[in-house]
Design a protein around this ligand. Structure first.
Ligand code: EPU
Length: 276
């Protein structure tokens, strides 16, 4: 969203050994670690205390028969392109989802065409003692935009894909990207859908029916293109976005009787008065 206060520190580890030193050092000193990688994210105006870690250098992908083992810093669209090149189907839905594989696993990212849990076999994590372990999908609880994962950092994912003719894979990717471009405000900073869809319904449709498209608080605006997106029209603050979210929730509850559930994760701290 191009919103949010600063991180105290940003660390980009080179490899697993570097990450291990960081995890152990931070644990010894009692410093919290926050993994950045998802984009369904709103960082509050006071920023994030502790160490923010990006796994940009964790990009390796090993292709064996119909599977990919991928490190989790790789971007989800890039992984989807690699699958196309390898003639493997299963990641077409990922071609337009910004963020990393790690971020996608944490929130079981997906579209109406599929979600990461559909193709995931196992994840590899580094626990808080620096040990690397594999966990099978059947031991992890994935549901709609939700997962229950062991404590630690996800460093890899094993994906089971299926051979398919590349032109068919490309056609599905084009259709997915085309739908996105037509219906979503991709040119303006946003955090993806703000709310989960209520069972059998669409949060975007409900908000749209209340004529909230275009509603603006400060520089935060309900997208004119898709009502489940909030876009940053300039220098919006997290406070603007949070006020807009709470207004939408109240109106949808009052007028539609539906409790909307946030999809976007809100992290960080409020700005203290002396910072203004
Ligand atoms: N609709 C409206 N007005 C709007 C937006 C949508 O009436 O402003 C209607 C559409 O006409 C359609 C229905 O609502 O009949 C569903 O809309 P759409 O196809 O855009 O899908 P969505 O349910 O709003 C979901 C995912 C998106 C994903 C798209 C496409 C959620 C919360 N959203 O959106 O994922 O890209 O399907 O597969 O599950 C995300 O999760 O961040 C995200 C962008």
């Amino acid at each position: 969203m191009k919103i949010g206060g600063p991180a105290d520190a940003l660390v980009i580890p080179r490899d697993l050994e570097d990450l291990r030193k960081l995890v152990l050092g931070a644990r010894r000193e009692g410093i919290p670690i926050f993994l950045l990688g998802g984009t369904n994210l709103l960082v509050k105006d006071g920023g994030i205390r502790g160490i923010v870690v990006k796994l940009n250098r964790f990009q390796k992908v090993v292709h064996k028969a119909e599977s990919f083992y991928a490190e989790t810093g790789i971007s989800f669209p890039k992984l989807s392109q690699l699958a196309l090149k390898a003639g493997l189907s299963g990641l077409e839905f990922a071609c337009g989802i910004p963020g990393t594989l790690g971020g996608a696993i944490v929130m079981n990212a997906g579209t109406r065409e599929g979600e990461i849990a559909d193709v995931l076999e196992s994840i590899t994590t580094m626990d808080l003692d620096g040990n690397v372990k594999e966990h099978l999908k059947r031991d992890l609880e994935f549901s709609y935009r939700k997962s229950k994962l062991p404590k630690g950092i996800i460093v890899g994912g094993l994906l089971k894909l299926e051979s398919a003719p590349p032109e068919e894979i490309r056609a599905r990717m084009d259709a997915s990207l085309g739908h996105r471009r037509k219906t979503q405000p991709l040119q303006l900073p946003n955090a993806g859908c703000i709310f989960k869809n209520p069972v059998g319904d669409s949060a975007g449709r409900l908000i749209d029916e209340l004529q909230l498209k275009g509603r603006r608080l400060g520089n935060a605006q309900v997208s004119e293109k898709h009502a489940n997106f909030i876009v940053n029209r300039g220098k919006a603050t997290a406070t603007d976005v949070l006020s807009l979210i709470s207004e939408i929730c109240q109106r949808v509850k009052q007028e539609k009787g539906v409790d909307l559930d946030l999809e976007v994760k809100i992290v960080g701290e409020d700005k203290t008065s002396h910072e203004y």
